[in-house]
Design a protein around this ligand. Structure first.
Ligand code: ADP
Ligand code: MG
Length: 343
């Protein structure tokens, strides 16, 4: 099947908190297409987070487990183009009939339907027929169905019949796993500290993670140089976006408070409760790392503490990150959030 890429399998789709629901629903759909409560299955999420991979994995798995079933994977752009061709040739019924014969219809990137009213009408007719006949629909979208502007309400209401599952940015550990799997598949190797460095710094999406890996390999062979953290630093400079927005101390304070569920005023007061003290230290550390404010200014934002307190806090955070893995994970997650907010 030219539409389905054999590389996109469930096996090569690493599971993490970021995609667990979608991945498992996808497996269920592939095992029992049409005969499950995820019909349609709508997979949504930002660019490079694995929508196409997962949608294709479903298609590949259905073919493997149910060789008699007719599977069709199509992008919404192609669907729309085909529809418009048929429309010009007065052959809309042929178009609709063709699609009504499919057992598992996978349409990628349905957000593009929003600009194509007539195609939505055809899709509506196809959807109804397939759903009533117990056939499976799998859709992907770059937005949650409720945010799909320009989509007919009658279609959106049908999307709600099944399951909408989102894909999020993989966390640090999952990014490491993705990199390691990718290297294993390609028969590559590089030091663990480099893998960690890349996984830590590329926190936008999986496509960029893969892109960074490829650049790194290319640079290493081009310069006949072993891959090490120094090289990774050079290569990643082109990936890590230079932040356009300047993030403020206030914004970081709000993020940390929300993350640890700590009241904002507590962060500024002289509370000695351990959770609060740690939240405060982390906030100072992030403010130092991600804003251009002086230590003095940072201190002032915490109820008028002086710059030595800020220095001490930053050092404490660094030390704790080395010794306490949960603490480190918290700081890394927060770092990601701050980085995303600064993009
Ligand atoms: P989208 O369609 O959401 O833009 P893709 O499905 O094209 O994203 O994924 C981008 C790249 O990242 C692909 O090469 C894909 O194989 C890879 N990828 C995404 N998620 C995962 C994952 N969980 N495990 C392994 N690879 C992944
Ligand atoms: Mg895609």
């Amino acid at each position: 099947d030219p539409q389905l890429n054999q590389m996109y399998t469930f096996d090569s789709f690493i599971e993490g908190d970021c995609n667990r629901v979608a991945r498992r629903a996808g497996k269920t759909v592939a095992e029992k297409p049409g005969a499950n409560s995820f019909n349609p299955l709508v997979i949504y999420g930002g660019v490079g987070l694995g929508k196409t991979h997962l949608a294709q994995a479903i298609g590949n798995d259905v073919k493997r487990m149910h060789p008699g079933k007719v599977v069709l994977y199509v992008s919404s752009e192609k669907f729309i183009n085909q529809f418009q061709d048929h429309s010009r040739n007065n052959a809309i019924n042929d178009f609709i009939h063709f699609y009504q014969l499919i057992d598992v219809l996978i349409i990628d990137d349905v957000q593009f339907f929003s600009r194509a009213e007539k195609s939505q009408d055809a899709f509506f007719a196809i959807f109804n027929h397939l759903h009533q006949s117990g056939k499976q629909l799998v859709l992907t979208s770059d937005k949650a169905p409720k945010d799909l502007d320009g989509m007919q309400e009658r279609l959106l209401s049908r999307f709600r019949w099944g399951l909408s599952a989102d894909l999020q940015v993989p966390d640090y550990e999952t990014r490491i796993e993705i990199l390691e799997r990718k290297m294993k598949n390609d028969g590559l190797d590089m030091p663990k500290e480099v893998v960690k460095y890349v996984a830590y710094n590329i926190n936008t999406n999986v496509r960029e993670l893969e892109g960074a890996l490829i650049s790194l390999l290319a640079q290493s062979s081009l310069n006949k140089k072993d891959i090490d953290v120094e090289l990774a630093k050079k290569v990643l400079r082109n990936f890590v976006k230079t932040s356009s927005k300047e993030i403020t101390i206030d914004a970081i304070q709000k993020m940390v408070c929300e993350y640890f569920d700590v009241p904002y005023d507590k962060l500024l007061q002289k509370t000695r409760k351990r959770e609060i003290v740690q939240a405060r230290q982390i906030t100072m550390y992030l403010a130092k790392a991600f804003t251009k404010n002086s230590l003095k200014t940072i201190g002032e934002h915490f109820g008028g503490r002086d710059h030595t307190t800020v220095i001490h806090s930053c050092q404490t955070v660094k030390d704790l990150m080395d010794t306490d893995s949960i603490f480190r994970e918290n700081v890394m997650e927060l770092t990601q959030k701050v980085q995303l907010a600064a993009m």
